[in-house]
Write a protein that binds this ligand. Structure first.
Ligand code: 1CP
Length: 358
């Protein structure tokens, strides 16, 4: 089954509301998609994934295609996001990582020394053929709906490599950053090259936008972020280059959680769109990032577990406050929570479209 083309929508993803909002151009209505729109909130996802390990699923082009399309069909969102994971480039490079159900990525041999940093294998772009097959299949199925490619930012990937898995404080990561500044710089340089290679493969195969997830950057002070992290995130965007030959570069979205104090810097790393979590209202976020960047966000995912009147009130508020931005892509402030009723997501997508139709 393919996604039915809608005769009133544009025929090219580059002319979609998502790409236009990202560039600050006029839109027919506020585009909406949801971080983690594919995944455990969908029964059809759970059925398809049954019996296949997460990282195996991510490397099967047909499974990736189907799982990526599921939320687009169900919710009528304005973008698909490739079903993958931020640790996948590390796995493809040969690092022993497993995604454990209910936990997240677990690294067999965490990076704890300067020698460990220097022993990390590089990512060979030739090994990304499966990813490009999935992207090409998706672009063919999606028609006018843009596909967002993504990668993990160097800092957030470094937290997994150094901690060995998910963590709250990221204390080992910060200790390594302070104690071994030269090795830290080399580690983030390598991760930047790998992220740029991973994004480049997706853009070359036809992705219409990219998102760089620096999910855990909010644990840093602005000064440390500016000095020890931002140059490496900028290197990812620089390494991505100007895009497909003869075309404008695809829009770049840059997102982290708890980044209120970092918002201007997150933009400076080279983003067209700054992703905002629920802690800072979008009108205030617009003041912080300035008039040259669009915003994405920022409904608290927990609101979707509340009653319908609360959901509607909060969606209206986010749409209203988003009008202060150069362009607004409606999203959650972080990923869909697994217990979310998918019917509520469909309702939110419809409501955003209705409230913003021009
Ligand atoms: O068993 C399962 O079903 C695995 C659950 C799962 C899924 C569905 C994981 C493990 N990753 C994913 C897919 C995924 N990961 C997507 C899919 C596309 C979509 O949005 O629909 C995306 C964008 C990611 C990116 C990702 N992975 C991030 C950045 C986004 C964010 O949430 O901040 C991070 C931090 C990860 C690591 C990760 N992978 C999986 C989990 C549970 C985690 C987080 C662990 C932690 O808390 O540190």
């Amino acid at each position: 089954m393919t996604v039915a083309p809608d005769p009133v929508r544009p025929v090219l993803p580059s002319a979609s509301d998502l790409v236009h909002a990202a560039r600050g151009l006029p839109v027919s209505r506020t585009p909406v998609w949801f971080m983690r729109q594919a995944g455990r909130s969908l029964p059809e996802y759970r059925a398809l994934r049954a019996g296949t390990a997460m990282l195996e699923a991510c490397q099967d082009p047909d499974l990736v295609t189907e799982i990526t399309l599921q939320p687009v069909r169900r919710h009528g969102v304005d973008a698909a996001i490739l079903f993958s994971d931020i640790v996948l480039p590390l796995v493809v490079a040969g690092i022993d990582i497993e995604i454990k159900p209910g936990i997240g990525p677990v690294i067999a041999d965490p990076v704890r020394s300067v020698a460990d940093v220097d022993a990390l294998p590089p990512l060979d772009p030739e090994r990304l053929a499966f990813l490009q097959t999935a992207v090409r299949q998706l672009v063919a199925e999606l028609g006018a709906t843009p596909l967002i490619g993504f990668a993990g930012a160097p800092f957030t990937l470094a937290t997994y490599l150094i901690e060995g898995g998910p963590s709250k404080e990221h204390a080992r990561t910060k200790a390594f950053m302070y104690a071994e500044p030269a090795a830290w710089g080399r580690l983030l340089d390598r991760l930047a090259v790998s992220a740029a290679t991973f994004l480049r493969a997706q853009v070359d195969a036809g992705a219409s936008a990219v998102q760089l997830f620096d999910s855990w950057a909010g644990v840093l002070s602005a000064a440390d972020y500016a000095e020890r992290v931002l140059p490496h995130s900028r290197a990812v965007f620089d390494g991505l280059g100007s895009g497909r030959v003869g075309e404008d570069s695809v829009p770049r979205i840059h997102f982290g959680v708890g980044t209120g104090e970092l918002l201007p810097l997150i933009g400076d790393a080279g983003a067209d769109v700054v992703g905002v979590d629920w802690r800072v209202p979008l009108d205030e976020a617009a003041r912080r990032v300035g008039p040259t960047r669009s915003l994405q966000g920022n409904l608290d995912p927990a609101v979707l577990l509340a009653d319908r009147a609360t959901v509607d009130r909060e969606v209206r508020r986010v749409v209203e406050q988003g009008r202060a931005a150069r362009g607004h892509i409606f999203n959650l402030g972080h990923g869909v929570l697994p217990d979310t009723d998918p019917g509520v997501l469909t309702h939110v997508a419809d409501l955003v479209h209705e409230l913003s139709a021009r």
